[in-house]
Design a protein around this ligand. Structure first.
Ligand code: ACO
Length: 310
């Protein structure tokens, strides 16, 4: 039996910041942001809401949706580059709040590819019969490391959390293949010192190439052809990067997850947040073949091919 995703949850902070709101603060325009990125608005957490609060809400929902109680979880993995503190980890903070007393806990730092790294790690523990259930959360409060005066980065990011429970699924469902990778030589293109610093053009070039290649690689590793893929969930960083991956797979627009216009780039949270909306709105159904693909600072990347369903 393969590991698969048993349930999903998400948290989007209620505060909406539109492109028009940003026009009032920095030298930018709604037209520039939309045409270069596809983003129309983003959600920003208030001062009282930290990363662990968003992670907790998404995790609670994922447990309910998977019909798993907190004490059944063997391991909690939280992918984030914006933890509340460098220690204790966000994973231990939510372990306590969930009452997951039997769970080990650790955070993963792989930026926007973090959720892919988390799910692949969880799969190893589940398929080796080490743990029955692993909770994986992707969460970011990027607003606290964004320079709101820097138009190159301030328009791109948002806050939020997405979560899943990884466990064994039935029949031929589950994670069919995966790919993870890293190129530390590209670390200089996307860094956090005081704030996020980015060479947008270099990241863009890397992302366009890597998203397409990884999406194709996991399809082939699963023994499938491009035509067998029902749905693509790319990291929601920029619509032009997402479109490039979609075109590499030869999929029509309606077969790609798109939530970047509503939430901006929520880094490790973007793929699970987008999937929750796709499930709620009927775009993903049982037995669909789904490719998920992400890239991020590091540089890192990761992709999964999943046959959906429990
Ligand atoms: N509003 C108006 N003008 C702007 C803005 C803005 N918000 N930001 C930049 N500009 C200007 C630039 O200063 C530049 O002006 P110049 O030519 O006078 O210097 C001009 O717009 C064009 O800039 P480009 O860099 O050519 O714009 P490009 O088409 O490359 O788009 C963008 C920029 C959107 C940042 C793009 O490069 C991109 O999406 N890169 C990938 C970024 C990304 O996905 N980062 C997240 C990675 S995931 C993670 O780990 C967090």
């Amino acid at each position: 039996m393969r590991a698969g995703l048993l349930g999903m949850g998400k948290y989007n902070p209620p505060q909406v910041v539109t492109n028009q709101d940003l026009e009032k603060r920095i030298d930018t325009s709604d037209e520039w942001i939309r045409s270069r990125t596809g983003i129309e608005e983003r959600r920003i957490a208030d001062d009282q809401t930290n990363t662990s609060d968003m992670a907790f809400e998404a995790a609670k929902q994922a447990l309910e949706s998977a019909e798993i109680s907190a004490d059944q979880i063997g391991l909690i993995l939280v992918a984030t580059v914006t933890p509340d503190h460098s220690f204790p980890s966000v994973s231990t903070m939510i372990q306590e709040r969930l009452g997951a007393k039997n769970a080990a806990a650790m955070d993963i730092s792989a930026a926007c590819a973090g959720f892919m790294y988390g799910v692949v790690t969880a799969k190893q523990f589940v398929e080796s019969n080490t743990y029955d259930y692993v909770l994986v959360v992707g969460v970011e409060k990027l607003s606290k490391i964004t320079d709101w005066e820097d138009r190159n980065t301030a328009v791109l990011f948002g806050d939020g959390a997405g979560a899943t429970v990884v466990g064994k699924v039935s029949g031929d469902r589950g994670i069919l293949s995966f790919e993870l990778g890293a190129d530390g030589g590209g670390g200089k293109y996307l860094m956090h010192n005081k704030f996020i610093e980015m060479n947008g053009r270099e990241v863009f070039k890397f992302a366009v190439r890597q998203m397409g290649e990884s999406a194709l690689a996991v399809t082939e590793k699963a023994g499938l052809a491009k035509e067998d893929v029902d749905f693509l969930i790319p990291h929601q960083a920029n619509i032009r990067i997402m479109e490039a991956a979609r075109e590499r797979l030869g999929l029509p627009v309606e077969k790609m997850s798109k939530s970047v216009h509503k939430y901006g780039n929520t880094s490790a949270a973007s793929i699970p947040i987008s999937l929750v909306d796709d499930l709620a709105e009927g775009r993903v159904k049982d037995d669909d073949v789904i490719v998920m693909v992400g890239f991020g600072s590091g540089l890192t990347w990761g992709a999964l091919c999943i046959k959906w369903g429990k």
